[in-house]
Write a protein that binds this ligand. Structure first.
Ligand code: THU
Length: 128
């Protein structure tokens, strides 16, 4: 199955509209594609107790995992800030653990779609 990157980005953009980010004002949306072609979206959700805030990528991943999904092909990430929104370190670790070969799709500052693999973003991962 081919990954429709534009479609994933557009689902991520829609999810960005749900972001709850009163503390940072930085809105993030993610769209996670399963091996069966289903898409789970996520947005960042901030909390007054700052460390409880969740990134959009992990919200999408946890939604999918809690529905029994096991295999993932790609994740698109968009933000209200700079066009390029690479996943934070914690999200890289979680993506790697549950989807060690996942494609990570972002848009570059010119609005072009760019894609990489989690292995590129998290070299020498902690794994046991
Ligand atoms: N954020 C994400 O949702 N994903 C990332 O990969 C980076 C950061 C969120 C967390 C917080 O709500 C806001 O962006 C500012 O850091």
């Amino acid at each position: 199955m081919e990954v429709d990157r534009e479609q994933l980005i557009s689902v991520a953009r829609k999810a960005l509209g749900m972001a709850i980010a009163p503390l940072s004002g930085y809105l993030v949306g993610a769209a996670l594609l399963t091996a069966q072609g289903k898409i789970y979206s996520g947005c960042n959700i901030e909390n007054a107790s700052l460390s409880l805030s969740l990134c959009a990528e992990r919200v999408a991943l946890l939604k999918a995992l809690s529905e029994g999904e096991k295999e993932f092909k790609a994740i698109a990430i968009v933000s209200s800030g700079l066009p390029l929104c690479p996943p934070c370190g914690a999200c890289r670790q979680m993506l790697y653990e549950f989807a060690p070969h996942i494609e990570v799709i972002m848009t570059n500052p010119k609005g072009r779609v760019i894609s990489t693999k989690i292995e590129e973003l998290l070299p020498l991962p902690f794994d046991h």
